[in-house]
Design a protein around this ligand. Structure first.
Ligand SMILES: Cc1cc2nc3c(=O)[nH]c(=O)nc-3n(C[C@H](O)[C@H](O)[C@H](O)COP(=O)(O)O)c2cc1C
Length: 199
């Protein structure tokens, strides 16, 4: 069975992770439900040094020159009538990549003020995998307590901190490895991913 995954992109630094995740997943059969916060869109445009295309344009630009295998559905972050706002819409899980400290706090407290935090809340209550790829440094006690609360509620908190033990040769290697580890926690395998212990 193919996956049906919810992907939230928020305004933390680390758009490269979101882009790689979309590139990898759009090449596989599956259903992707994408929600981008307002700041997610702005930070992404800034870091990618692209004009603010709107997320539809961004997704199309990723797919340029290839025929995506996945079905990609883009949702409005302020439309609570979207299917991902309900637990009865079955998904295989959700990832927020990158996840800002603001959205982390919403997830940790159940303050479902937008579709990303509502879909995350639903993912937790339905006991489906929820991965939060957080990015901030240093971390205040508020951030740490929110991570702790999210983890206690069942989320997997995966700060964007790639390892160096596989001798990465490029930023792309670092990003791909991080995305691969995130997908491990969503039970999705990237073919050919370098792993410790592989010969
Ligand atoms: C260029 C830029 C980089 C940012 N990087 C981070 C970051 O790494 N982590 C973070 O928690 N917030 C970061 N922020 C702040 C968030 O964008 C801000 O808190 C925003 O309200 C998050 O909203 P959202 O979670 O709805 O996207 C950054 C903002 C800008 C403009």
């Amino acid at each position: 069975m193919t996956h049906r995954l919810v992907i939230g992109i928020t305004g933390a630094s680390g758009s490269l992770y979101a882009r790689k995740m979309l590139q990898v997943l759009s090449a596989m059969p599956g259903e992707l439900h994408l929600i981008v916060s307002n700041m997610g869109r702005q930070v992404l445009a800034h870091e990618m040094q692209i004009p603010e295309l709107g997320i539809g344009g961004f997704v199309r630009s990723l797919a340029e020159g290839s025929s995506p295998a996945a079905d990609i559905v883009i949702h409005d972050n302020y439309d609570m009538f979207e299917p991902v706002a309900s637990g009865s819409f079955k998904t295989s899980g959700m990832v927020i990549i990158p996840c800002s400290m603001k959205t982390l706090s919403a997830v940790a407290t159940g303050y479902s003020h937008d579709l990303i935090s509502r879909a995350a809340d639903v993912t937790l209550k339905e006991k489906r995998p929820l991965v939060l790829v957080t990015r901030e440094t240093p971390l205040s006690l508020v951030h740490l307590k929110n991570m702790c609360a999210a983890a206690e509620a069942g989320a997997t908190v995966m700060p964007a901190s790639p390892g160096f033990y596989n001798h990465p040769q490029s930023i792309d290697d670092l990003v791909e490895y991080m995305v691969g580890r995130v997908l491990d926690h969503l039970n999705i395998e990237i073919p050919g991913m370098a792993r410790w212990g592989d010969v």
